[in-house]
Design a protein around this ligand. Structure first.
Ligand code: PEP
Ligand code: MG
Length: 907
């Protein structure tokens, strides 16, 4: 018989932290805590495997699962000395989801299960607190109806608002027992009206209904979107945790809250959290009431009373428990707790989500505190999240001016660091719409999981209600988006489409708002962003490294990574400026210098056009004479910037029609320059038209039809290297030929190149030489790489074209169908972003193997966009490339990913 249900706590603790896949994160950690003798209300976990069985079986709970649930319930009742449905002293339960990885707010929870018209009386008597009993019952009807029966909670909220209006009461806590009791009758009436049947009174029916609802919630759209965004497989399923209720809403010696062992926003080593007195868990998380800080330190200057002051004994125990759990799990913990009549219970512990900033700080601090080693620290940081350290902040001067001019609208909580400015969207749909034409800030009273698509589309998120652990805050931090929460001064009028504070009123859809997620400030209008500290130190060199802690931490991660990684990291750069930036970020050379990008600047495009539109070889050679000094100068600049590091230069690649003017004014100008009629220029431009330019006259094909062009490029490169060498600069160019399909294309081109090089050396009395290699970006070249390696001294994989040609998807047109391919799961990812390891990656692997067979030790690199994608970088490490090359701002990401690739191998 398969075991489907595992108990935890009390005298039968069947799980532990190693059973995450089966029991889910919440379930396994509840058992682990119970094993550590930490006070956890006992209960049982229905496994994730049951979720899969339930869905496969047409949303039905198998009979043996039901039997095991009932058996575990019996144990629980024995342990608690109370029975579910007992009219004297009823056992009440919570039913909560818990997947392998946490999916905040994605799935449903039911609290206070077991209440009905009779047991509520028993609870009132047993607790000697009718107000608490009826508050719990009305919560249960609301939650159960919403989650299990599908009656929207707004219908119930509306009745609470009506009652408050009638009685002039503002807070839930002011509502009396009798009033809650009256509402439970109204609530049951709503259910009867909506469903045509009464609210279920049988606690066992309630229990199975709750369990099924949690499993059903795995299949909701919002859970599916979340899984797609976070790459969580559908078949992982969720577990269901059924747990004895403890009550934070029994009175003023009760409360509930969440805590982090360190600040999840900044990573500072301060115990941190929020709580509410006389409340239940969902009040904190849903952002219905803005919670209070738990420590005195946090509460300072806020006018709130901290938990530390309100319940010192419980606080002390909480702090000790949290610290113990952090040391046990060796990472920052995110915990939920309830205090029932002064007694502390832990309801959850998990590895806390954090910002990029915090993840770096925490990883380094834990190393310094001796809890983990530096390699473990490296595995704790998501390489992509380094992006956030390089992200812009608002220009402080402009911000000061905005403040002076009264444009600081309000201040909320700094829930997700970073700066965002955009037009205001008041709904998720509006955010998605506006995002098509520019940056958007999503402004909501509070967010819920239904807003997810809008949050994805928005550049920043702003809410009027809710704390640091509200849905908006948690989700925004996970996405790395700037977020300001709980800005209660904002008046958001969704109907009128306005956001107002005092005499500032902004209109959604048109007006801009700027939010600073690091300070919580909200400004009317559009502020411009300013480079991050890392950027100021490395690129602008305006900030002293010793003055920036942020930079020092960034630097430590880079240093640790450099000590581990085997892959070299180069950059794709076409100008001396880009080369400088990349070098500052740690690039060890240029892996791709696209020479055509040099063609567009200033006057040089005229000379390029002259070449393309020339009528014969002599005219072409004349035009190339003008281009030669310009290219030579560019190379001198780049070689100087990369002094001593290799620079891979690619010969001209794109089709020529990309350079010629297609408008009449431009064509007339060219007619003047080359001294022919406008009609003639038009005719020559038309002749360049291709039906399928990506597969037309481009790449090495240009050099085969116009050898004088690549000769000019080879001359510019070698003369530049010879020139800078005279100034003591070490130029290390490596020249590569793009887009070859057969070795003969390379052989032909190489002969021309070497011939020109010999001429240059003869003229200069020099002996300059450089490796000549090729890009591998056409499948035929990949699978004949053994032959290609006979001519090529190195390979650089052009995975952009290799993906295009391997899949047959146009790089420029795939946007119209690839997103649907991904959403329909035909593809896991957009293969232009993350390498398709199974197919295109196999071409890479074959080419590496065949290339090495012919030329052992052949240098292998990649210069397609995938060189900056962490998962692809790890793949390139595994197939044994020597280097990856990516855009300058992704160099740090590739460096960390390359180190992780080594550490993952060791596991
Ligand atoms: C490639 O195809 O991967 C590549 C780097 O070249 P480009 O993007 O310039 O075609
Ligand atoms: Mg290419």
């Amino acid at each position: 018989m398969t075991k489907h249900v595992y108990t935890f706590g009390g005298d039968r603790n069947e799980g532990n932290a190693t059973m995450r896949n089966l029991l889910g994160g919440k379930g396994c950690n509840l058992a682990e805590m119970a094993g550590l003798q930490i006070p956890v209300p006992p209960g049982f976990t229905v496994t994730t495997e049951v979720c899969t069985l339930y869905i496969a079986g047409g949303q039905k709970l198998p009979e043996d699962v039901k039997a095991q649930v009932l058996e575990s319930l019996k144990w629980l009742e024995g342990n608690r000395g109370r029975k579910l449905g007992d009219v004297e002293n009823p056992l009440l339960l919570s039913v909560r989801s818990g997947a392998r990885v946490s999916m905040p707010g994605m799935m449903d929870t039911v609290l206070n299960l077991g209440l009905n018209d009779k047991t509520v009386e028993g609870l009132a008597k047993a607790s000697n607190n009718p107000r608490f009993a009826y508050d719990s019952y009305r919560r249960f009807i609301m939650m159960y109806s919403d989650v299990v029966l599908g009656v929207h909670k707004d219908l119930f909220e509306h009745e609470i608002e009506k009652l408050k209006e009638k009685t002039g009461k503002k807070l839930d806590t002011e509502i009396s027992a009798e009033e809650w009791k009256g509402l439970t009758v109204v609530f049951k009436g709503i259910v009867q009206k909506e469903l045509g049947k009464p609210f279920p009174q049988d606690p066992i029916e309630q229990l199975f209904g709750g369990i099924c609802a949690v499993f059903d919630s795995w299949e909701t759209d919002r859970a599916k979107i979340y899984r797609r965004l976070n790459r969580i497989p559908d078949d992982w399923g969720t577990a269901v945790n059924v747990q004895t209720m403890v009550f934070g809403n029994m009175g003023d010696d009760c409360g509930t809250g969440v805590a982090f062992t360190r600040d999840p926003g900044t990573g500072e080593p301060y115990f941190y959290g929020e709580y509410l007195i006389n409340a239940q868990g969902e009040d904190v998380v849903a952002g219905v009431r803005t919670p209070q800080p738990i420590t005195k330190f946090q509460a300072e200057g806020t006018g709130h009373q901290s938990l530390e002051e309100a319940m010192p004994a419980a606080f002390k125990e909480l702090l000790a428990t949290c610290n113990r759990l952090e040391r046990h799990f060796k990472d920052m913990q995110d915990l939920e707790f309830t205090i029932e009549r002064g007694q502390l219970f832990m309801l959850q512990t998990r590895i806390g989500k954090r910002t990029a900033l915090a993840s770096i700080r925490i990883a380094i601090d834990l190393v310094e505190e001796g809890m983990i080693d530096s390699n473990t620290a490296l595995t704790r940081i998501d390489p992509d999240s380094l992006n956030q350290l390089l992200a812009p902040v608002f220009d402080p001067k402009e911000k000061a001016a905005f403040k002076k001019n009264g444009k600081l609208m309000a201040k909320g909580l700094n829930a997700g660091p970073g700066a965002a400015a955009g037009r205001i969207a008041l709904s998720a749909e509006q955010a998605e719409e506006l995002a098509k034409t520019g940056p958007v800030v999503l402004v909501r009273i509070e967010t819920s999981p239904e807003d997810l698509a809008g949050m994805v589309a928005a550049n920043g998120i702003l809410t009027a209600r809710g704390g640091m652990t509200s849905h908006a805050a948690v989700v925004a931090r996970g996405m790395g988006k700037p977020c300001v929460c709980g800005a209660s001064a904002l008046n958001i009028d969704v109907k009128a489409g306005t956001v107002n504070v005092g005499d500032i009123t902004l209109k959604a859809g048109t007006d801009f708002i700027s939010i600073d997620g690091s300070t919580g400030e909200i400004f009317a209008g559009q502020l411009s962003a300013f480079p991050s500290e890392v950027n100021q130190v490395l690129v602008e060199k305006k900030l002293d490294a010793s003055k920036s802690e942020l930079f020092q931490r960034f630097n430590k991660i880079m240093t640790w990574s450099n000590g581990v990684r085997k892959l070299k990291v180069r950059t794709n750069a076409d100008t001396p400026h880009d080369s400088d930036v990349a070098r500052a970020f740690g690039a060890e050379g240029i892996g791709l210098c696209r020479t055509e990008h040099m063609f567009f600047e200033g006057e040089r495009i005229i000379a390029v056009r002259e070449f393309i539109l020339a009528k014969d070889l002599d005219a072409r050679k004349e035009a190339l004479k003008k281009l030669l000094p310009i290219q030579r100068q560019d190379f001198e600049g780049i070689f100087t910037a990369m002094n001593g590091l290799p620079v891979t230069v690619r010969l001209l690649d794109p089709p020529l029609h990309e350079f010629v003017p297609h408008d009449e004014a431009g064509q007339a100008e060219m007619a003047k320059v080359i001294g022919v009629s406008l009609a003639e220029v038009k005719h020559r431009v038309e002749k360049l038209h291709e039906f399928n330019p990506m597969m037309g006259h481009r790449g090495c094909r240009l050099g085969i039809t116009y050898p004088e062009l690549i000769r000019m490029q080879m001359r510019a490169i070698s003369e530049a290297a010879i020139n800078v060498a005279k100034k003591g600069i070490v130029a290390l160019p490596e020249v590569m030929v793009p887009l070859i399909g057969t070795v003969k294309e390379l052989a032909f081109t190489k002969t021309e190149m070497l011939d020109e090089l010999a001429a240059v050396n003869k003229e200069n009395g020099s002996t300059f030489s450089c490796p000549i290699g090729t890009m591998i970006e056409i499948p035929r070249a990949a699978i004949t790489a053994d032959k290609v390696a006979g001519e090529a001294e190195f390979f650089s994989f052009g995975t952009n074209d290799l993906t295009q040609m391997g899949f047959g998807y146009s790089r420029d047109d795939s946007g119209s169908f690839l997103p649907e391919y991904v959403s329909k799961k035909i593809l896991e990812d957009d293969p232009f972003q993350s390498l398709d390891q199974e197919g295109i990656g196999e071409l890479v692997r074959i080419a590496c193997e065949k290339g090495r067979a012919t030329r052992p030790g052949i240098k292998l690199g990649v210069c397609g966009e995938h060189g900056g994608d962490p998962r692809s970088v790890k793949f390139f490490h595994r197939v044994g490339l020597n280097y990856v090359s990516c855009s300058p701002y992704r160099v740090p990401i590739a460096i960390l990913a390359a180190a992780q690739a080594v550490l993952e191998e060791k596991k």
